[in-house]
Design a protein around this ligand. Structure first.
Ligand SMILES: [Fe+2]
Length: 203
């Protein structure tokens, strides 16, 4: 079993969460493709959070407002490009995001994120313009998925390995922000950074 998720001990967490909560109130509930925004528009606590991580995150943050009973099937975090270009050209199309930090503002104890290896070692091709064409069959192509880790999100920020297959079925609503680490930084490097800076909560 390799660990694919860690809770983080972030300074001034309550202030940061309050700022995020207030910000997410401006957006509607989306079960499908949550809106993305520039981190500079959120507030001073998010700026401090970027500084804490040496600005390793993409400029775009994801607003999560998933209603209860949303089922995110196994996928890998990819920049879709084209009309779904959430990173606004900051990285090339099809690049893989290895790590994401989620800061949720509505507590949940039941929503389990699951991580997998694809034991069929499928090659997946990502088209330039049509993210959901059959060539990018992240959901429907046969995969022999082996569960390698599972993690329940609670009140702390969570660092997750989004460069491997992962899925979540949320029983309760999910509200918060996702911070995407630049693709050339590995999940292991972020874990190591957090451990060295005493903000990693060991499992
Ligand atoms: Fe994901």
């Amino acid at each position: 079993m390799s660990y694919c998720a860690y809770e983080l001990n972030i300074p001034n967490l309550e202030e940061l969460k309050n700022e995020i909560h207030e910000y997410t109130n401006n957006f509607d509930w989306k079960g499908d493709w949550p809106p993305c925004q520039n981190y500079k528009n959120i507030g001073p606590n998010v700026l401090k959070f970027y500084k804490l991580f040496n600005h390793c995150f993409m400029n775009t943050v994801r607003i999560i407002k998933s209603p209860a009973e949303t089922n995110w099937l196994p996928h890998i975090e990819i920049d879709h490009g084209g009309k779904f270009d959430k990173f606004k050209g900051e990285i090339d199309n099809s690049q893989q995001i290895n790590s994401v930090i989620n800061i949720m503002v509505v507590n949940s104890v039941e929503d389990e994120t699951r991580f997998y290896f694809d034991r069929d070692l499928n090659k997946f091709y990502h088209p330039t313009k049509e993210p959901f064409s059959p060539e990018y069959s992240r959901y429907d192509r046969k995969k022999d998925l082996k569960l390698i880790d599972k993690f329940n999100v609670n009140k702390n920020p969570v660092l997750i390995n989004t460069g491997t297959w992962h899925a979540i079925k949320n029983n309760s609503p999910r509200v918060g922000l996702s911070f995407f680490v630049h693709p050339w930084i590995s999940f292991e490097a972020v874990v190591d950074f957090c451990r060295d800076n005493n903000i990693l909560i060991e499992r």
